[in-house]
Write a protein that binds this ligand. Sequence first.
Ligand code: SAM
Length: 291
Amino acid sequence: MTRPYLGNPKYTIEVLQKYNFAFQKRFGQNFLIDTHVLEKIIEASQITRDDFVLEIGPGIGTMTQYLAEAAREVVAVEIDKTLIPILENDTLKDWDNVTVINEDILKVDIAALAQEKNGGKPIKVVANLPYYITTPIIMGLFENHVPISSITIMVQKEVADRMQVGPGTKDYGALSLAVQYYARPQIIANVPPNCFMPRPKVGSAVIQLVRYEEPPVQVDNEKLMFRLIRASFNQRRKTLVNGLKNSQELDFSKEEIEKAMAETGIPVNVRGEALTLKEFADLANAFNKLR
Ligand code: SAM
């Protein structure tokens, strides 16, 4: 069987020239051309012959070749239809455990895919993500309770940092709290622009999110907690009370807000950006009891 070879820039250039491929900026196309980074991603994701892997955005199939070697089965979802013949007839043709789907990942029913391909057991997601859809993809996977064991993804360095930090830093926000509620984040590698073709303007990082079996805090109403979190960070310079009062998603009165905060022991003049995940969980539980 052919070994993965596209990580070598020489072969990537050959494929691009053979098909006269034109990079599409709107799809965030930056293809990996560094075998060390590819090997690191595969090693970190701990894929075995038992695993079903979903790859988002295979490009010309660079990482897909490695995934196909390691996994039982791979489904790769690619939005750009000009890449499909390259993948199917050329770069992936030597692997019979890969299916390419020409679709926008945001329109794919991933839970149904996991059911069909993996009997509903947790799947692994691996992606070198287009940066413009990083947040909706990750939030969609978690909030819809798709069965997932881990997500190993290349993202903009700044976004990787945002996923890891706690209160008191400027990067702390709704994404940090959502990621940390569902998963344990760990940065696997920092990846400079010269590992891609074409070179992106920003630095990247591979981050792995290992899904918790049980969230680290107990929440009676998850949806309510995330509404509180969004309301707090929509107006992050305002006090928590004002943020919650002005939210379009919530309809608690000033008295109710103060009551819930008093019950949780959170001072009324605090800003939302100072609260920990545990404090948001306690606050959500206090609000949930009010109604
Ligand atoms: N995985 C390849 C690699 O590492 O070389 C390509 C990575 S490139 C950063 C992102 C890929 O995602 C591109 O192939 C792009 O066309 C694809 N893509 C962009 N938006 C997408 C979407 N909404 N759904 C599926 N694929 C998408």
